[in-house]
Write a protein that binds this ligand. Structure first.
Ligand code: R5P
Length: 261
């Protein structure tokens, strides 16, 4: 790895090799989700607790003060909406000159393995990596499932994650699942997990974060389960304790419960 690539990776993954990423890129196909109507209002209080922010260039430019000293991971794929027939039909939506102009630490793109547009999204990933590697910019591949949340099992996620790594992704973002260690074992690059739709009970999400880290994930890249919580700071603090402080699940839950008061 050359200096630039190592430097950008170390902005995301801290000394312990772990990371807490906050994902607020959902608007690229979901529009103004609840609690992201005014992204800065939601994001600003969470910045002290996170290591990087994953978002679109539009939200970065229009809603966040450039003085925030937080590494950003820019969403680089899209071209669909929740109203369309197939969420997998994505293209690359960002140029590398824009990524450099916005001083991003990495770029993120979704792949949809097994979908109608599987080939298109895998070639998107390969093309983005070919360009980004020239500039020392890490590409994070998201093993997306669109509306088919039931696809999230170890066999599928291991297949998608491994393909993303084989194509050259430096980081893979996937989901937690039963037998998650099989996904970790077959993926030669750091894995971070998404949270998925908001769970009813925050403690369930903490359990997923805990189990993922215990089974080898290098961090989380969560969104809705943090900022759609009634207690986002308690949530992100508890997750941070799991990711960076090796907190037990009980300790993380106790921290959440005490901060929520
Ligand atoms: C998809 O909408 C985005 O890539 C999100 O960044 C990703 O799904 C993580 O966010 P959440 O934890 O809300 O699923």
């Amino acid at each position: 790895m050359d200096w630039g690539m190592r430097n950008r990776m170390s902005r995301i993954f801290k000394e312990d090799g772990h990371t807490v990423m906050l994902a607020v890129d959902h608007g690229y196909f979901l529009g103004a989700l609840s609690r992201l109507e005014d992204p800065e209002k939601t994001v600003k209080p969470l910045i002290p607790y996170i290591d990087s922010l994953m978002l679109t260039r539009g939200v970065l430019r229009n809603c966040l003060d450039p003085k925030y000293n937080i590494p950003v991971v820019l969403r680089a794929s899209g071209g669909n909406s929740i109203l369309g027939s197939d969420l997998s039909r994505e293209a690359i939506t960002l140029s590398l000159s824009e990524v450099i102009r916005l001083n991003a630490s990495a770029v993120a793109l979704s792949i949809y393995v097994g979908s109608e547009y599987e080939h298109q999204t895998l070639i998107n990933l390969a093309n983005l990596i070919n360009e980004a590697e020239d500039y020392g910019i890490p590409v994070l591949a998201v093993t997306a499932v669109g509306k088919e949340l039931e696809k999230r099992d170890a066999r599928y996620l291991s297949l998608s994650s491994r393909i993303a790594a084989e194509l050259g992704a430096r980081i893979v973002k996937t989901y937690y699942c039963e037998d998650f260690q099989k996904v970790v074992e077959s993926c030669p690059v750091p894995l971070v997990i998404a949270g998925g739709p908001k769970m009813k009970d925050e403690l369930d999400c903490l359990e997923i974060a805990y189990n993922a880290i215990a089974r080898g994930a290098k961090g989380v890249d969560m969104g809705r389960n943090i900022w759609q919580s009634r207690w986002p700071i308690a949530m992100v603090s508890a997750i941070r304790s799991i990711v960076h402080e090796k907190a037990s699940l009980k300790k993380a839950k106790d921290l959440f419960n005490s901060l929520k008061k």
